[in-house]
Design a binder for this molecule. Structure first.
Ligand SMILES: [Zn+2]
Length: 264
């Protein structure tokens, strides 16, 4: 199984270092599978209308067409219709904007996340789920309300139509329905932790840059649950022990290391 790492949105947050929107592209027996989508074509075309000022002025994404998953997939020689599955960590704007670019794909999302994205009241939900609420949703949506399996001690679900090289892992806290996506990559598991953490130090037991600690806390819907999730992630056996390699959506160093091992 081939796993390709894509950056589908470079971010330049005020007061912080460069960040990315780390997306996985995996070749499966069903076709291509995306883990998250980053920003999409409509975000690039109409940033303020789609994303709103808080994101464009504070997180400051590049919003370049060449960074969209669609552009990069086509540049790799694939077709839009080759994307059969999109598995979402959650539906925040910087993860879900590209869903619309693949209308024929089957969307996998936790039932709780979908319910919140569709109907949660309040200004915070209105901002974070804004592109989703404006989008035409895919016809084929599979939701997951049960996590009855065990994956390294985490509650998990099998992904519909996919084999056991994948697991959909509950990592609540950033949002109540937030999930991680585990992909078997050679001898190790790769776990895309979405926004369960923003910076690698959060799962390495090292101090976080102040700006990261602040934004990690500020953006978590359930900060205490998010802290518990990070603590448990830190306890997973590392890839050198035949265990798990952790990546997250926005840490640029973890992304650079994935693209070019040993670089960072
Ligand atoms: Zn995010």
């Amino acid at each position: 199984m081939t796993v390709i790492h894509l950056n589908c949105g470079t971010l330049h947050p005020v007061g912080g270092d460069r960040m990315v929107c780390h997306v996985l592209l995996v070749e499966t027996a069903r076709g291509l599978l995306l883990v998250d989508t980053g920003f999409g074509r409509r975000d690039v075309a109409e940033p303020t209308g789609r994303l709103g000022h808080p994101l464009t002025k504070v997180v400051r994404p590049d919003l370049a067409y060449r960074e969209t998953a669609l552009f990069q997939i086509q540049a790799l020689g694939f077709d839009q219709a080759d994307v059969a599955d999109i598995v979402m960590t959650h539906l925040d704007s910087d993860h879900s904007g590209g869903i619309e670019d693949f209308p024929a794909a089957r969307l996998h999302v936790s039932a709780r996340e979908l319910a919140d994205a569709d109907a949660e009241a309040g200004p915070s939900a209105a901002v974070r789920y804004r592109p989703w609420r404006q989008s035409r949703h895919p016809d084929d949506v599979v939701t997951y309300s049960e996590t009855a399996d065990d994956w390294f001690g985490f509650p998990a679900a099998a992904l519909s139509g996919l084999d056991n090289d994948f697991a959909y892992v509950a990592l609540p806290g950033h949002t109540p329905g937030h999930m991680g996506v585990a992909v078997r990559d050679g001898d190790e598991w790769l776990l895309h932790c979405g926004d369960a953490f923003y910076h690698r130090n959060a799962v390495l037991g090292r101090p976080l840059p102040v700006s990261m600690a602040f934004s990690q806390f500020l953006t978590a819907r359930r900060p205490r649950e998010a802290r518990r999730t990070r603590k448990r992630l830190a306890e997973l056996p590392g890839s050198s022990e035949g265990g798990v390699r952790l990546i997250c959506a926005h840490d640029a160093v973890l992304f650079d290391e994935s693209v070019e091992p040993g670089r960072a």
